[in-house]
Design a protein around this ligand. Structure first.
Ligand code: HEM
Ligand SMILES: N/C(=N/c1cccc(CO[C@@H]2CCNC2)c1)c1cccs1
Length: 351
């Protein structure tokens, strides 16, 4: 830990232009804390900058241009389920901001707290005799919630409860108040029948299953949000066969020949679904970015990093969008997938 701490503090002080003297003083204090207590407490500034560096180092993220504008909420002093739930509530409200989404992370104390949700807001999935209702991706976690006593309405868009666990205590669940959950009904700019599909999605993606590693400290409960890139909803969540699988229905409504691959019915349905998602979010004033704009922003990120004398690392297969990937510059160049820290990492599910 001492080594990782020193490397991080060194990098942080150099990047933020603090003096050699300040660096030396801080390093002595950090070393003293680690040698006497086995760990050290990062200052709010160190933690805040570390969380931003972790975003900058996230190889799979196309949205990294805005890494310096991350809002960091320090909740390392909370140690009861109720206070933590309140803080998650506050995160949802603050990040949503009535649609003008603020990229935000809330950092809870480094140990003893786990959030069981994959995302703070996500739809339930129910396995029924003749198929799945809701989000198939959520079937496992929905069963866990039902085992804890939660009951949904067996609907396609039931928002799951927040589930948090302190130490080895039994996990506790809390319903998120409906007023805090901003959703967007999906309609199409030309096809009036689109509304009748009854599709909607939630405004803010808030990942709560990853850990934040900064200077040798693992923050295993550190939910973070940005805004969506439209393809995540339109080309995956509502399109994948093992998600909401909407392409056949949309193609039929469009009058396309779904019996022949070469009619490109899937591709035509996919484009209209993605156009509908972008149209709906924009009309409701909810932040979203199309994949072309996101790629251009990523190109600016690459230029900024070059100016700063840093190598850009990336995971090509994740950085290219799932719709029209070759229309972006990303598709046509390689990226080194080198893992830098600070960063966000997967961790094993607590259930
Ligand atoms: C501000 C708008 C943002 C946009 C549009 C954006 C976009 C994306 C997209 C499209 C992905 C791929 C997701 C997938 O294919 O399932 C991704 C991955 C990721 N993003 Fe961003 N992002 C944003 C902000 C952030 C922020 C604020 C953080 C953290 C502070 C972040 C950290 C990550 C990480 C860690 C991954 C990889 C997740 C994994 O490995 O499963 N992003 N991002
Ligand atoms: N737009 C986003 N998209 C995602 C970012 C990270 C992860 C995910 C969901 O990842 C799941 C696991 C692999 N694909 C789906 C989505 C953001 C979420 C939080 C901050 S930005």
């Amino acid at each position: 830990m001492l080594n990782e701490a020193k490397n991080f503090i060194q990098m942080y002080y150099e990047e933020t232009g603090q003096s050699e003297q300040e660096l030396a003083t801080r390093l002595i204090e950090v070393e003293r804390q680690i040698l006497t207590q086995g760990t050290y407490e990062q200052t709010l500034d160190e933690l805040s900058y570390g969380a931003k560096m972790a975003w900058r180092n996230s190889n799979k993220c196309i949205g990294r241009l805005f890494w310096q504008s991350l809002h960091v909420l320090d909740k390392r002093d909370l140690h009861t389920e109720e206070s933590i739930f309140e803080a998650l509530f506050a995160h949802i409200e603050y990040a949503t901001n009535n649609g003008r989404i603020r990229p935000t992370i809330t950092v809870f104390s480094a140990q003893d707290i786990r959030i069981w949700n994959h995302q703070l807001i996500r739809y339930a999935g129910y396995e029924m005799e003749n198929g799945i209702i809701g989000d198939p991706d959520s079937v496992g976690f929905t069963k866990v919630c039902e085992k804890l006593g939660w009951r949904g309405n067996n609907g396609p868009f039931d928002v799951l409860p927040l589930v948090i666990q302190l130490k080895d205590n039994p996990p506790k669940w809390f319903e998120i108040p409906k007023a805090s959950i901003l959703e967007v009904p999906i309609r199409h700019p030309e096809f009036d029948w689109f509304t009748d599909l009854g599709l909607k999605w939630y405004a803010v993606p808030m990942i709560s299953s990853m850990k934040l590693e900064v200077g040798g400290t693992s923050y295993v409960a550190a939910p973070f949000n940005g805004w969506y890139m439209g393809t995540e909803i339109g080309a995956r969540n509502l399109a994948d066969e093992n998600r909401y699988n909407m392409l056949p229905t949309i193609a039929e409504q469009m009058g396309l020949n779904t019996k022949s691959n070469s009619s490109l019915w899937k591709d035509r349905a996919l484009v209209e679904l993605n156009a509908a998602v972008l149209y709906s979010y924009k009309e409701d004033g909810v932040s979203i970015v199309d994949h072309h704009t996101a790629a251009q922003q990523f190109k600016r990120f690459e230029a900024n990093e070059y100016e700063a004398g840093r190598d850009v690392t990336g995971n090509w297969s994740w950085l290219i969008p799932p719709l029209s990937p070759a229309t972006t510059h990303i598709f046509h160049k390689p990226y080194a997938n080198e893992k830098k820290t600070p960063n966000y990492f997967y961790q094993k599910d607590p259930y």
